[in-house]
Design a protein around this ligand. Structure first.
Ligand SMILES: C[S@@+](CC[C@H](N)C(=O)[O-])C[C@H]1O[C@@H](n2cnc3c(N)ncnc32)[C@H](O)[C@@H]1O
Length: 226
């Protein structure tokens, strides 16, 4: 098996059976999180990172060039669910923390269990539409990541960016067009969401791409707060 680091520090590409797979070095060896395969190379264990289960990995494989680095960041992650993508971020992070917000108590129970094994995950049971509710738990962050199926996705992101993203900080937002309006073309929705981010919240859109090959009617947008 051949391994090399990608342009994202801590994200690896491993060649298995003639196919390139993404992976992170496992911080909790011997344990997987969502059924992903574990592979050992030179005495180190890696977890394969499934782009069909993770929009950051899907965005990378869709050719996005400006996805922010993760390694040295503190991250506010909106919509952590049971922790598929957050677990890979947790593998990559050096000393930072991932503040993970989720509003479903049932789903959050699983994320709590994951956080018990991974001290850089900080679970927060709250609604991302009300960012003021978690101000006692979250310090300003370098990266805001959002993956929630809500009608007002850009507005939720913008309000959280105003509250918690440092100037010069990066953002990644996964947009599900079907949660916004099923009657409009996805491209029309993506472009409206980008206008809200830029015009209403003064965020700079750096790059955007459809991730249709992995998730139908989804796009990923990379922003910067200037
Ligand atoms: C698509 S899943 C996230 C998957 C996760 N980002 C990953 O890649 O592993 C979206 C999650 O957002 C949560 N969610 C939706 N609306 C929310 C809200 N208003 N506040 C907090 N969480 C919300 C849902 O309960 C769900 O668990």
């Amino acid at each position: 098996m051949k391994i090399k680091e990608t342009i994202i520090e801590g994200m690896y590409q491993i060649k298995i059976d003639q196919k390139n797979r993404l992976a992170t070095r496992n911080k909790v060896p011997g344990t997987n999180v969502y059924g992903e395969r574990l592979v050992k190379i030179n005495d180190e264990e890696y977890r394969l990172w499934d782009p069909f289960r993770s929009k950051y990995a899907a965005a990378f494989l869709s050719g996005m060039k400006f996805l922010p680095q993760l390694k040295k960041k503190n991250i506010l992650y909106l919509g952590v669910s049971t922790g598929t993508t957050p677990s890979h971020f947790s593998d990559i992070l050096d000393n930072g923390y991932i503040y993970g917000v989720e509003f479903s108590p049932k789903i959050m129970r699983k994320f709590y269990r994951l956080a018990e094994q991974r001290p850089n995950l900080i679970p927060i049971l709250a609604d991302v539409r009300r960012p003021e509710e978690y101000s006692s738990y979250v310090f300003d962050v370098d990266l805001l990541y959002q993956d929630v199926s809500q009608p007002e996705q850009a507005t939720i992101f913008g309000r959280n960016a105003q509250e918690y993203l440092k100037p010069g900080g990066d953002g990644v937002i996964a947009i599900k067009s079907q949660s916004i309006d099923v009657s409009l073309e996805p491209e029309e929705i993506f472009s409206k969401q980008m206008s809200i981010l830029e015009d209403k919240f003064d965020l700079k859109v750096i790059e955007h791409s459809s991730i249709d090959a992995f998730e139908k009617k989804h796009a990923v947008i990379v922003i910067r707060k200037e």
